[in-house]
Design a protein around this ligand. Sequence first.
Ligand code: FPP
Length: 253
Amino acid sequence: MSSDPAITTTARQAPGLKIPVHLGVIMDGNGRWARSRGKPRTEGHMAGVKALRRIVDLSIRYGVANLTVFSFSSENWSRPRDEINFIFTLLRRFVASDLETLYRNNVRVRIIGTRLGLEASLQRLIDDVEQKTALNTGLNLTVAFNYGGRAEITEAIRRIAVAVSAGELRPEDITEATVERALYTYGLPDPDLIIRTSGEQRVSNFLLWQGAYSELVFVEQNWPDFDERSFLGVLEEYSLRERRFGGVEAQSL
Ligand code: FPP
């Protein structure tokens, strides 16, 4: 087990538990959580924010170095306007009200996705949280907001094409590393594990390039119910997986 001081007693108490270096989470099922309780969908999203705080805390305690959460996809624009506004308000509140705590916990926050179409005040808030936490050295929290994997790859291709047409890059010099550098996630390792809650078994346009070799774990619980027990259950399942990266033998991480 690692001697990283970020790994707490809790994690050390579970020998053999593998901790992913990068964990991705598709937080799904807020609406169903609310419906099953006869509540409006907005309450499901508010409970979803609580679960988000919980997983940030768990990631810190268990020594996950990078956590990326999918909080609003480019496809979510087809939802009713009121619900979209509410999710945007939640992002504002999360960024504004949790900034102090995140900062104190040495969390570095990044928001990935397209900024086009976001209100100027929201863009400023995003810039602000990224700047204020930029020098933090603890958990890297990446919030995928207004994000879509295909859009991200398309944007990367466009950037590379611009460099080629400007004569800065030759097509034959384009490698996977060139593409990686042009993605929003440049600098982050690929996710080792991606969790999706609510029983759906799809990746839904989340980290398409980066997740090529990620282990996928689908859990039945809706996102607001995802707690430490669920987290440990997922880590136990992940710990049993043998990652071969297209090869034939198990490789250590
Ligand atoms: C999926 O549930 C959830 C979303 C589309 C929004 C996720 C938002 C949060 C967890 C809280 C917001 C946090 C930030 C930082 C913005 P769903 O609505 O698709 O649920 P359903 O599939 O049961 O309808």
